[in-house]
Design a protein around this ligand. Structure first.
Ligand code: NAP
Length: 515
């Protein structure tokens, strides 16, 4: 059995106790173990602060961008090997593993490309400057400089490659060293990614460290120039946010938590139309891609009363084509859930939704996987529910089932009703609207925009190019208000804000401009 290592203080570290096991979700067999027991956390922080930080800050944006390009290329060159590991460790299909890996290399590549527009500079300028008095002599301007601390990144299990890479891309480009902690259950993939990057000799000493296992005392040692960027469940987010040291030091904390994302069909979209087909295709994909273990997956499907039967029928027909099983079997379109715990949670979650909704497709129970040993593996087929009474749906707006599960909720067709129903989840990462009616969409944006981080507007005019609401493209911000964590990642240069301090300069125009 493989023992996973941490990469700290410029070398690989192997623990000798307090291990947690990693499993193959298809067979349930133990495939690796991980622990960070014994890592000298103070030394890790010192290494980042004394070596990684100064080395990165001495580089220009262009030079840091070259580091990201190198990381992207090195990971891409090992794509096949990483896909194989992802199948073994997380049970994803080749396509779903590629979604994670190509997301990682694509995001690193995108930020490398962005660095070209920033050039040979170390400071970002936020505006063009302005006179602060009657004449130009007293001048003001906002600039951004990198924080002098470290970025601690804690990631969820579902994107073992993209998760660490999208966070690292922004921190490293901003000039801040990273200490990255993967979710233990899927760390086999992340550990290999880090090994590849270290072997390629791309990054300066101390710029990127990898803590495989628990964070130990790390969060209690962070200070005012440090950043914690967390992705995971709302429960863990709450626990970490309340850490006394983080509150006392005012270290920056960015939370990407769970989200009851919604897809909304507007009443202008007739059954049989192209936009209706797009809606069905998108919702089915967003339910089943990565076995529904995506923070951006659709959990709630809002449909005008008159369309509810047609949507139920069309979605059921589409989901029936999703073969669940061993990703190594060619007929399989959806793999198992990642861990035994996720399977348990999905089953109990559907039971909870069952209080107010009926299962109209699937079983909400474990199934035997095609191409896998009967009774083995964490298989769970697509499950579609329908709210019994749209006035009694609170649990659907509160409980995230992190699997291929979504619930149809009929509404009266007005943009106002849709916006207020979607808002009952108290903040989402993404809402997708399907409509050809600009006025309907505009009303939704006015009333519902404040409750989500991203609106995906599905229509016939973008259907040939739209990638679906589940992709967190680096150009657009990722993160949503309220329950979704209140965080913001990516979004082009906005992604660097978390790692930089904005400074208002006030002084003689020639001096301010020379900076
Ligand atoms: P999780 O159980 O909250 O774990 C997330 C991370 O936090 C893991 O690395 C975990 O480490 C770590 N962790 C747990 N307790 C900790 C503590 N006391 N101190 C420091 N670190 C701690 O979430 P998950 O099961 O991995 O991921 C699924 C959830 O993530 C879902 O709810 C999903 O919606 C959400 N998610 C959100 C986004 C987003 O961008 N908004 C993206 C992906 C997933 P161990 O694994 O070692 O326990």
């Amino acid at each position: 059995m493989k023992t996973l290592k941490s990469y700290v203080c410029g070398e690989w570290y192997t623990a000798d106790k307090a291990f947690r096991d990693l499993h193959d979700p298809v067979s349930g067999e133990t495939i690796a173990r991980a622990s960070s027991s014994g890592v000298d956390i103070e030394a890790v922080l010192e290494h980042a602060r004394d070596k990684g930080g100064p080395a990165l800050r001495a580089m220009t944006f262009l030079e840091r961008g070259a580091l990201l390009k190198g990381m992207s290329k090195a990971l891409h060159a090992a794509r096949d090997e990483l896909i194989e590991l992802s199948i073994q460790n997380t049970g994803t299909t080749v396509r779903d593993a590629a979604f994670d890996l190509d997301g990682a290399t694509g995001t690193l590549g995108y930020y490398a490309y962005l660095s070209k527009s920033l050039g040979d500079r170390r400071t970002l300028s936020e505006d063009d400057g302005m006179a602060l008095a009657k004449e130009d002599a007293f001048w003001g301007r906002h600039i951004k400089v990198p924080l002098r601390g470290v970025a601690v990144h804690i990631n969820a299990f579902n994107f073992p490659a993209w998760g660490f890479a999208e966070k690292a891309a922004c921190a490293l480009l901003a000039g801040v060293p990273v200490i990255s902690k993967p979710a233990t259950s899927s760390a086999l993939v992340t550990e290999r990614c880090v090994e590849i990057i270290v072997e390629a000799g791309i990054l300066p000493e101390g710029a990127f460290q990898f803590l495989c296992g628990s964070t130990g005392r790390l969060l209690s040692l962070l200070g005012s120039q440090d950043v914690l960027a967390f992705t995971g469940s709302a429960d863990t987010a709450l626990k970490l946010r309340c850490g006394e040291n983080l509150l006392a030091s005012n270290a920056r904390v960015n939370l990407e938590a769970d989200s009851l994302n919604a897809a909304v069909l507007a009443p202008d979209v007739a059954a049989e139309s192209d936009t209706f087909s797009l809606f069905i295709k998108d919702v089915a994909r967003e339910m089943t891609q990565k076995s529904g273990q995506k923070c951006t997956a659709v959990r709630r499907i809002f449909v005008p009363d008159a369309q509810a039967d047609a949507v139920q029928e069309a979605l059921g027909a589409r989901l029936s084509k999703t073969v669940t099983g061993n990703p190594r079997d060619e007929s399989v379109r959806m793999g198992p859930l990642a861990t035994a715990g996720q399977l348990r949670d999905a089953i109990s979650g559907v039971k909870l939704l069952g209080d107010v909704a009926d299962i109209v497709f699937g079983s909400g129970e474990r199934v035997n996987g095609v191409g896998a040993d009967a009774k083995k593996g964490y298989f769970f087929g697509p499950t579609l529910l329908r709210a019994r009474d749209p006035r009694d749906t609170q649990v659907i707006h509160e409980h995230e089932v992190f699997g291929p599960v979504a619930t149809i909720i009929p509404y009266d067709g007005s943009a106002s009703a849709a916006a207020s129903a979607v808002a009952r989840a108290q903040g989402t990462l993404v809402v997708s609207l399907y409509s050809e009616d600009n006025a309907w969409v505009e009303q939704y944006v006015q009333e519902g925009g404040a409750f989500t981080g991203r609106l995906y507007l599905g229509s016939s005019a973008m259907a040939s190019q739209g990638m679906g609401s589940g992709i967190a493209l680096p150009q657009s911000q990722h993160g949503g208000p309220g329950r979704a964590g209140g965080g913001c990642e990516l979004g082009g240069l906005r992604g660097l804000d978390l790692y930089m301090q904005r400074v208002a300069l006030q002084g003689a125009k020639q001096m301010v401009e020379s900076l």
